[in-house]
Write a protein that binds this ligand. Structure first.
Ligand code: APR
Ligand code: PHB
Length: 390
């Protein structure tokens, strides 16, 4: 089989890119290791910046997002029992974010691919990338017992952190930067009314907590736990009791609890691979970078990669201009690193670090006090949270 762009990985990055390219007449195929049901069973963050929402509309997948997503103009930070407000709208010059689950984003993208008859191979086994530094790269895999070979002009590695694409780049051509945090987030999804109309990020002596939501009847809560904890260690009752302890009293009093529909522990990691291209391979999304979830940068930064790569590929195919492809890695990484800085900053400001001392505690509290006493600091927070320009 021959296509122009072979996309490895059918998560949000791969699907969004294939949808955008298809709409502009560029032929793609998506090779996904798992089944569609498996991909759609993963629960991830749920805050979309405006740039990402705009890309979804451009990809003709924004209808349900605009109907069901909730516009949020701000969020809260709770610290020392006080609930402070971040007015995103005011401090970002009128921007906001959309609360809409990543699982729903992926579902909408799959439906859009179906509508256009997009080529997706599910349960693709042993995906292998070949001849990436030549003009004729190709990808092989096994699907339903048959060998598949895809010849293409370009390969896009959108296969997440554990995918094969980044690993296909020789070690000497790749620099990996990593920071692993000594804790995780225990998350619970429950069919209950959210405790607050806006998100609440909580800094507490017992550890960080987050009150989020998927809709007005579906809540998503998280608490920071030691990385050694297992989900089985946490009954629903124990989770709700610990969350309540970390919330300001007036918030805890409003908390509606219920059975968990989903409960899982996610480790916190910051990771960047440089460069994001090698020969005719281009990495996008989690294949190239991982963010701790604190600032909701993961999916949103995958979106900016897709934006740069989409425009670079269009320029190549429509105008014979390959400068965008040459500059893709540098351009994408400039924004990736700013998002890394922001998610590291939010994570450092709000979590309880096991090796901290009283000096660290004072600095951490001062950071929060500074944000809420300086318009300039507040603007820095707001402009990053709603998403830096592409
Ligand atoms: N071959 C083919 N597909 C693969 C392979 C492989 N060897 N390895 C992994 N995949 C698939 C995974 O099954 C998954 O569906 O690649 C997809 C990658 O999807 P994600 O991990 O969701 O990554 P991405 O699409 O870049 O999404 C961006 O934003 O909020 C963050 O981490 C969150 O997933 C999110 C990300
Ligand atoms: C979520 O709703 O899952 C969520 C929201 C904001 C974050 C992280 C996760 O920063």
């Amino acid at each position: 089989m021959k296509v122009q762009v072979c996309i490895v990985g059918g998560g949000p990055s791969g699907l969004l890119l294939s949808q955008l390219l298809h709409l502009r007449g560029v032929d793609t195929i998506v090779l996904e290791k798992h089944s569609r049901d498996y991909v759609l069973s993963r629960i991830r963050a749920g805050v979309l910046e405006q740039g990402f929402a705009k890309l979804m509309r451009e990809a003709e997948c924004g209808e349900r997002m605009d109907r069901e997503g909730e516009v949020h103009n701000g969020f809260h930070i709770a610290h020392e029992g006080v609930l402070d407000h971040v007015d995103l709208h005011k401090y970002s010059g009128g921007a906001s974010v959309l609360v809409y689950g990543q699982t729903e984003v992926t579902r909408d993208l799959y439906e859009a691919r179906d509508r256009l008859g997009g080529k997706i191979v599910h349960n693709a086994e042993d995906v292998t990338l070949h001849d990436l530094t030549t003009d004729a790269p190709y990808v092989t895999c096994r699907s339903e017992g048959a060998e598949v070979r895809v010849d293409c002009d370009f390969v896009v590695g959108a296969d997440g952190f554990h995918g094969v694409s980044r690993k296909s780049i020789p070690g000497e051509a790749l620099h990996e930067h990593e920071k692993v945090y000594p804790f995780g987030w225990l998350g619970v999804l429950s069919r209950t009314k959210p405790v607050s109309p806006e998100l609440i990020y909580v800094k507490h002596q017992r550890g960080f907590a987050l009150c989020s939501m998927r809709s007005q009847v579906l809540s998503r809560y998280y608490i920071q736990v030691p990385i050694t904890d297992k989900v089985e260690d946490w009954s629903d009752d124990a989770f709700w009791a610990e969350l309540k302890r970390r919330l300001p009293q007036e918030v805890a009093a409003q908390l509606v609890t219920g059975p968990s529909i989903e409960k899982s522990i996610a480790p916190l990691r910051s990771f960047v691979a440089e460069p994001m291209s090698y020969g005719r391979l281009f990495l996008a999304g989690d294949a190239a970078h991982i963010f701790p979830p604190t600032g909701a940068r993961g999916l949103n930064t995958a979106g900016s990669d897709v934006h740069y790569l989409y425009h670079a590929l269009l320029a190549h195919y429509k105008a014979g201009d390959s400068v965008g492809l040459k500059d893709y890695s540098q351009k994408a990484l400039a924004r990736v690193w700013k998002a890394q800085r922001f998610s590291w900053w939010m994570t450092s400001m709000l979590h309880r670090f096991p090796d901290r001392n009283s000096y660290d505690d004072q600095l951490q509290q001062t950071e929060i006090d500074y944000v809420f006493s300086s318009d300039t600091a507040m603007r820095m927070l707001a402009e990053n949270y709603v998403g830096l320009p592409y």
